[in-house]
Design a protein around this ligand. Sequence first.
Ligand code: ZN
Length: 672
Amino acid sequence: MTLTTKEKIEQLRDVVRHHDRKYYVENNPEITDYEYDQLVKELQQLEKTHPEFITSDSPTRRVGGEPLTQFPTVEHKIPMLSIDNTYSDKELNEFDHRIKRMAGIDAHKDIEYVVELKIDGIAVTLWYEKGLFVRGATRGDGFKGDDVTANLRTVRQIPLKLDPVDKRQKVPQVLEVRGEIYLSNKEFQRLNEEREEEGEPQFANPRNAAAGSLKLLDPRITAKRNLRIFTYAIGYYEDLELKTHIQCLELLRVFGFPVNPHTRLCKNIEAVIHYCNEWDKRCRELDYMVDGMVIKINSLALHDQLGATSKAPRWVISYKYQPEQAVTKIEEIAVQVGKTGTITPVANLTPVLLSGTTVSRATLHNFDEMRRKDIRVGDLVIVQKAGEIIPQVVSVLKEKRDGTERIFEEPSTCPECKSTVVKDGVYLRCYNSLCMSQAKRRIQYFASRDAMDIEGLGPALIEQLVDKGLVKDYADIYSLRHDDLVNLERMGEKSSSNLIRAIEESKHRDLDRLICALGIGNVGSHTAEVLANHFDTLDKLAHAGQEDLEEIYEIGPVVARSIVEFFRNNYTQETIKKLKAAGVNTTKKATPKLVKNPNVSGKSFVITGTLQKYSRKEAETLIRNLGGRILSGVSKKTDYLVAGEEPGSKLDKARELSVHILDEETFEKMIQ
Ligand SMILES: [Zn+2]
């Protein structure tokens, strides 16, 4: 049976959708980024040659069209009201009493609640018709919001098409889903670093960054922000039977929406209070900001009975956590030079305990920001952590000033190399490519784990190497000899030999690591991987023009420009020559080639039970390398179930759906 092009495109879309869900929603990828990119490329290619089959729900259509000039307004079918806040256990108990009184429930009886983390992000609503995502909007004033559909489409966790994992679940005619758009702390830091390099002002916290990203008029930029979402409610819906809130959340999961895993059903208010207190500390361990808990009555009938005030529903309340802050003194303000030459002020603080760690430094972002907050040496300030490792100064206690505080003047020369600094956006920048301070940062980055991973080449050693004139840039580390190292502080025979060996080993790193290590502005480890896959050699990348780069999926104009500028620089060209002369690998190592096996290629497999000859991972890799696909569950789309010993319920399901079942022996024969 051969497929028509249309069927082939549809099948490929299903596969990409499946992997999107595995990667973005379930955090459990089944294939490598490279394999995924190949699938997307294949789909793009097919759609390019057959534009008549392009549909808006295709995974390749997440970004499309031109930038907007403004956002249209959307009226919410059901208002998105705010939630009343509580700050103590006592207030939670009062909430429980109030509800029982209003609903006529005996005070001794228990009410079931669902407790969710309150994600500090931006509330949005997603509208689906006949299973397709048609419109998304911000909360706005609760009654009307901005239509940000194009930007929400770029959020990979949001399904463009509802695809229930349980095929018995019918897709409703209309479904409105509500959730919170947020940015992970890691992504927030990455974004701020990128903005610093671009000379743009940094975002104060992940929430502001998420809001700013969602309100961009150009969805191509939003797409690069890696926004995420947790969905937490169903608003309007048609033809669904819903009785409890927990059932709504389960349904969202089935449809492929991310639901926060720390949601809990509590049998009474005591259990709610206990869970809220537990999370007061725990929420700081997460990679996203949580500013409290949301407590909802589980019974939807009770929601209807209680209704809402003009501002907020009566069946829900939030329990807010106070962000941990501390008061301390700014002892000194220092100036720091980044790896691309940005010069930023940093405050040295009287050490103070904050969120469980001792804090002695705070970022002041840039000199404009420092002046705006009127931060002076000697000031008492409030510091807080907001998704960053380094805390920030929230405000100055000006009333505590005694006149000895000193205004810190912005430097006119680089503190390291004394060249004149240039104002670039809100940042000051040192443009001297021989500046030692920048060199130190660049070498540190070059040797870091995500880059060339040179064990033993840490900041303190780099400091010595540069100060003693042994290295001027990262290419020089390859000419270091044992004798150069052995006399340095805290270095001995053994650590010198180890370091020399580690440096030698790093010459064989794959191309993506090298590209990352070069320290090109806006190019981190992921972008480096994309570039390495595309160009195969460093030379090809170095000769790529702006347009060649922009053609690559995932590379935008800003990144493309910084790559071109980087390689055009004479100093870069010299450095690369030195790296090559030292024998550093500059080509991509071959990935195991796909050898398509006609029995396996294009077929979908599910594995269950224990196999004798292979681990689960090995069997999966094997099938993929032969061109097959791995699915997580048995469905009508499954071609084969490979059943080892002690197979689970998947075997029953496969029998039920008449899926071909292979024992290990038959599977062996098939792949020979
Ligand atoms: Zn300098």
